[in-house]
Design a protein around this ligand. Structure first.
Ligand code: HEM
Length: 403
């Protein structure tokens, strides 16, 4: 039985702009109130399903009858830039691929992301965090926390993970952000620069191996002929795109949320061991990736709604993260709880492969900042802080702080 929700009006378009940069719009509450599935209109006028119920969001993310393949008709791109990016090869590994190919691709990477391998990176990441705090303390106050801290920490961490020289950052930091440029020519140039950079790096590593995920894949896959150089370049680009800006945005938005909730910042200062659990609460509260796109491969009946094969489905991770089914008081930021089952890293077979690395970076950031900068506060009124939105992701352009 087909039971579509009420016809959408213009106020029901997606993305739903944030009223406050560090948490999703309360506009999702109205969707959740009408039931776990609603209809929304995308930037190109198409209507798709929006799943706001927590249980339904998890169920659909784990359902093999929905696809992540952006080349399929009906797949909901979230903006023109995302549609452009998704038409390039960048989605040909993992993030645009369904099982069984996805299962084989992901299995190759799992050893490089083991908890043991991630924990081995902790000292290097703590060094990075400490160096950035040292630099801010030496030069300031004030400081600009996005450029001085939030961006360099994940950028260096991804370099350590991949085995990429951080000295090369000019070759990839700008282009990685440029991929989302609304000007298709500039986005194309960024893609070309990254492809050239990683192509050269892979050839250099074949001559002189180092340590890192790219070196693992060269030794275990490329040399055995199970992975081509071009594919390896795609993996490197995906890790950079998926791991750098995301983590940087959660660091900057999470810090802003804490500075706007000084009682919570004080709790972290008083008890640094809260940071491990607080990462889960900050991930939930910030809900960086507001929606995860899928397209139905078959008809699906769920909670009284009928999704037809070929229809676009937005899994409203942000809405689900603010569901009372996850935490009893979703509108509160409470660093003493640890809602580990939030959807900030997704769920199901595509759940973020870098989540343990991200957790370490976030934990060390939210442990170290309150300890070493106990008087940290905003240097400008909160409403002067500038943001930009890329597809499903909010980003702070700058975060001026003082102490
Ligand atoms: C706080 C930071 C991060 C957030 C919020 C985040 C979020 C996500 C989400 C929501 C997904 C699922 C997408 C989907 O189902 O369509 C995902 C997948 C992925 N993430 Fe992350 N991520 C973060 C950090 C990282 C890091 C550090 C890396 C690697 C260095 C990484 C690499 C990936 C990859 C490769 C995938 C695709 C996995 C697959 O399709 O099997 N992410 N991430």
């Amino acid at each position: 039985m087909s039971t579509p929700a009420a016809a959408p009006d213009e106020s029901r378009s997606f993305p739903i702009g944030r009223q406050c940069p560090y948490r999703p719009s309360t506009g999702y509450d109205a969707f959740r109130a009408e039931g776990p599935l609603s209809r929304v209109r995308l930037y190109d006028g198409r209507e798709v399903w929006m799943v706001t119920g927590y249980a339904e969001a998890r169920a659909l993310l784990a359902d093999r009858r929905v696809s992540i393949n952006p080349r399929l008709d009906g797949f909901p791109a979230l903006s023109a830039e995302m549609a452009e990016l998704e038409s390039t090869g960048y989605t040909d590994v993992l993030i645009g691929v369904d099982p069984p190919l996805h299962t084989r691709q992901r299995a190759m990477l799992i050893p490089s992301f083991s908890v043991r391998r991630m924990n081995a990176l902790r000292p290097a990441i703590q060094d990075i965090v400490d160096q950035r705090v040292d630099a801010m303390l030496a030069a300031g106050p004030p400081a600009e926390l996005v450029a001085d801290f939030a961006l360099p920490v994940p950028s260096m961490a991804v370099c350590v993970l991949l085995g990429v020289p951080y000295e090369d950052r000019a070759a990839f930091e700008g282009p990685a952000r440029g991929l989302f440029d609304p000007d298709p020519d500039r986005a194309g140039e960024a893609m070309t620069s990254l492809t050239e950079y990683f192509g050269q790096l892979v050839r250099a590593k074949e001559r002189s191996p180092g340590t890192g995920l790219l070196d693992d894949l060269i030794a275990e896959q490329v040399r055995k002929g199970t992975l081509s150089r071009d594919e390896l370049v795609l993996y490197a680009m995906l890790m950079l795109i998926a791991g750098q800006d995301t983590t940087a945005n959660v660091i900057s938005l999470g810090t802003l949320a804490l500075l706007e909730h000084p009682d919570q910042f004080a709790k972290l200062r008083a008890d640094p061991d809260l940071a491990t659990g607080a990462v889960e609460e900050i991930m939930r509260y910030v809900s960086l990736i507001e929606a995860i796109s899928r397209v139905a491969l078959e008809d699906i009946d769920i909670s009284g709604h009928h999704i037809k094969a070929g229809e676009g489905v937005l899994i409203g991770a942000a809405a689900a993260n603010f569901s009372p089914a996850l935490v009893p008081t979703p509108d509160e930021l409470d660093v003493t709880r640890s809602p580990r089952h939030h959807l900030g890293f997704g769920f199901g077979v595509h759940q973020c492969i870098g989540q343990n690395l991200a957790r370490i970076e976030l934990e060390l950031a939210f442990r170290t900042l309150p300890q070493r900068m106990p008087n940290l506060r905003l240097a400008v009124p909160a409403d002067e802080i500038r943001t930009s939105v890329t597809g499903p992701m909010e980003r702070l352009t700058t975060l001026p702080v003082t102490w």
